[in-house]
Ligand binder design. Structure first.
Ligand SMILES: Cc1cc2nc3c(=O)[nH]c(=O)nc-3n(C[C@H](O)[C@H](O)[C@H](O)COP(=O)(O)O)c2cc1C
Length: 329
């Protein structure tokens, strides 16, 4: 093999490995609303709007956050494979579903942190219950705040009990309203996988406990089991963890993509130190409640994600993804 074709070969395998890794990004209801294409020395990340939540996410905000998380994963995986990514976000106004392009730039050797993040890509899991009563070190939270800032978003740990109560109450209100709304219910049911399902998207029945212990204050989960006796074992840990808000200064598509990059940076870093996240984003799907939260709790910044961060000894093993062939075009 000539030197040129050897370099081409390494580049191609790095790009393929990056796309392979990006499939493991978190996405709302595991919709995986993305496609990737590799052409020459460029990876394109496109939104798959057929996978958008028409009821919960009419604006495409959660879809863009999910794709932003895939973008951070692509960037991290390319670095792990020895290339500094050169990224253009929303590069072509005539092609709105083209969210980003990446080119492998200068050769680099990944430092310890990048390698650590890369190792978490397939291991990280969403948690859907309480946490063990083990504190999350302040130093780690500070590091997660810096990780979000590096992507242009703000992660704010919510420490004041009164503010945590407000967030829990809003989550209960949003979950209460959504559970009475046929359209929301149908959408959640559409993305809930029955036990034994061979589907490779949606939330698996083993991805949440059958009987969860309520945290104090209680942050309800989405009702993926909907009247079925679905769910895995576990879920007995009662700890709340650290409640945190991810916000951005603006609320356009670029901000949503940055929020997704920040989310995945935070999650991978947390996972590297044994900390998982549980999400409660029902409030953010309801315009009036989201606006209330923005004005009253987020000092005018736009709330993009609500999460609890904590340590769990419950096994969060269930995760499914579409095949590489299915997400590449
Ligand atoms: C924008 C966004 C919103 C989410 N909201 C919730 C939520 O409200 N409740 C929940 O349990 N998970 C939520 N998730 C997590 C997804 O359900 C999860 O990423 C997906 O099922 C894939 O599973 P994994 O994260 O374990 O790989 C959200 C993820 C994203 C990116």
């Amino acid at each position: 093999m000539s030197i040129r074709s050897a370099r081409q070969h390494t580049l191609e395998s790095a790009m393929e490995a990056a796309v392979e890794a990006a499939r493991w990004a978190p996405s709302v209801h595991n919709t995986q609303p993305w496609t990737f294409s590799v052409s020459g020395e460029e990876i394109s990340l496109k939104a798959d709007t057929d996978r958008k939540l028409r009821v919960g996410d009419a604006s495409g905000r959660e879809l863009s956050i999910s794709c932003g998380a895939a973008l951070f994963t692509l960037r991290t995986a390319l670095r792990c494979h020895g290339y500094e990514p050169v990224v253009r976000v929303l590069p072509d106004p005539d092609r709105p579903s083209l969210l980003a392009t990446l080119r492998p730039g200068a050769e680099t050797s990944p430092d310890e942190t990048v390698r650590l993040l890369g190792e978490q890509i397939e291991r990280r899991r969403t948690h859907r219950a309480g946490f063990a009563e083990v504190p999350v070190p302040d130093r780690l939270i500070d590091r997660l705040v810096r990780a979000a800032a590096a992507e242009g978003a703000e992660l704010t740990p919510v420490r004041a009990p009164a503010a945590v109560d407000v967030l829990a109450s809003l989550t209960r209100a949003a979950q209460g309203v959504q559970s009475q709304d046929r359209r929301f219910n149908l959408e959640v049911i559409r993305w809930a996988r029955p036990p034994g399902s061979s589907r490779d998207d949606g939330v698996p029945a083993t991805g949440y406990p059958r009987h969860a212990v309520r945290t104090d204050p209680d942050f309800p989960q989405r009702d993926y089991a909907w009247r079925h006796d679905w769910g895995g074992e576990g879920g007995a840990e009662p700890g709340l963890g650290v409640v945190a808000l991810l916000t951005t200064a603006g609320d356009g598509r670029e901000d949503w993509i940055s929020a997704g990059e920040a989310l995945q940076h935070v999650l991978l870093h947390a996972a590297a130190y044994g900390v998982s996240a549980a999400f409660h984003t029902q409030v953010l799907e309801m315009e009036l409640l989201r606006e209330f939260l923005r004005v009253e709790v987020c000092s005018g910044r736009y709330p993009q994600m609500i999460m609890r961060l904590g340590v769990t000894f419950d096994d969060d093993t269930a995760a499914v993804r579409r095949s590489l062939a299915d997400v590449t075009g």
